[in-house]
Design a binder for this molecule. Structure first.
Ligand code: NDP
Length: 327
């Protein structure tokens, strides 16, 4: 059969890692015909826990799982890798300033970018999940000058999936009937879930929801969903974040559905007035293994303001990492 694809997961012993690895190994991410070799990167104190997860992976006897390597060395973790899921990050803790958070993450994502640049496979595709995901992707990418810009992505897919479900509920429609959703900007409270072009069973969603619901219910519900999950579960979302990472890579590698698109944080080429080089959420399709921005969408005044506000936050984060010398 085909030779195994090396998939690297950082923060592999964490909550998202625990929900992610079993689905990768089962074939949910790269399809039922592609064997995978998992490479787990962890910080030294978490290596033992990563070994425990690897023992459970062994005990699943997944037919597609060709092997598991565990390391705290980024160079070896990313050597020859084709899919890199950067999940481990420094969480914001009480009293931490943004500069401290960015600096701590610079210490993680700069060496990881360098290691990817040094040794990843020519076809490497990277998804950054660890927050602040868009800006962490920008840091890593800056230190990987040989990796093409279109291989770097940040996760907007959980926001996208949350938005699909909120619209489906509101319209009492099956979630599979909702298409052409877009989440623009930063994966943060300023994100802009946009139904302007969304459809329900092929007809415009916009004809069936009013601006008041969009502004006072839909957008805040999607943007604050992470906090609502923490409040309910007493822990942050992990399975849904892992699911979104699976969806993102699946669609990137295997293609998006005809007539539909998804949201992904990609390196802006300047489309829709979003400054070139920022990693921002866009509507994208994928075919042949690369994302393309959906072009030609009309942006009304409300959408323009919301996109600009979230992009301004990304530009601020870019300025902050620049002044910290991280890029
Ligand atoms: P999780 O697995 O729950 O989360 C990991 C990262 O994903 C966090 O930055 C988190 O951001 C982010 N994230 C993105 N979207 C979501 C979402 N929708 N819901 C929740 N989280 C989201 O964290 P754990 O603390 O359980 O595990 C992290 C692991 O990473 C630890 O095992 C740690 O040792 C490891 N680590 C590894 C590093 C490395 O390999 N070099 C470096 C740093 C950490 P947020 O904080 O905003 O919730």
């Amino acid at each position: 059969g085909p030779s195994p694809v090396k998939v690297t997961v950082t923060g592999a012993a964490g909550q998202i890692g625990y929900a992610l690895l079993f689905r990768i190994a089962s074939g949910a991410m790269l399809g039922p015909d592609t064997p995978v070799r998992l490479s787990l990167l962890e910080i030294t104190p978490a290596l033992k826990a990563a070994e425990g997860t690897a023992m459970e992976l062994d005990d699943c006897a997944f037919p597609l799982l060709a092997g598991i390597d565990i390391t705290d060395d980024a160079r070896s973790a990313f050597d020859g890798t084709s899919v890199a899921l950067l999940v481990g990050a420094r969480p914001r803790t009480a009293g931490m300033e943004r500069g401290d958070l960015l600096e701590a993450n610079g210490g993680i994502f700069k060496p990881q970018g360098e290691a990817i640049n040094a040794g990843a496979a020519d076809d490497v595709r990277i998804l950054v999940v660890g927050n602040p995901a868009n800006t962490n992707a920008l840091i890593a990418r800056t230190h990987a000058p040989d990796v093409p810009a279109d291989r770097w992505t940040a996760m907007m897919r959980l926001d996208h999936n949350r938005a699909l479900t909120q619209v489906a509920r509101r319209l009492d429609a099956p979630v599979a009937d909702i298409t052409r959703m877009t989440v623009w900007g930063n994966h943060s409270a300023t994100q802009y879930p946009d139904v302007s072009n969304a459809r329900v069973a092929g007809t415009p969603v916009r004809d069936r929801v009013d601006q008041e619901w969009l502004e006072s219910t839909f957008i805040p519900t999607v943007a604050k969903r992470g906090a609502a999950i923490i409040d309910a579960r007493g822990a942050s979302s992990a399975a849904s974040a892992a699911n979104a990472a699976i969806d993102h890579v699946h669609d990137w590698v295997l293609g998006t559905r005809d007539g539909d698109w998804v949201s992904a944080g990609i390196v802006s080429d300047g489309s829709y007035g979003i400054p070139e080089g920022l990693v921002a959420g866009f509507p994208v399709t994928s075919s042949g293994g690369s994302f393309q921005v959906v072009q030609g969408l009309e942006i009304d005044d409300f959408s323009r303001r919301r996109i600009d506000a979230s992009v301004a936050e990304l530009a601020d984060e870019q300025a902050a990492i620049r002044s910290l010398g991280l890029i």
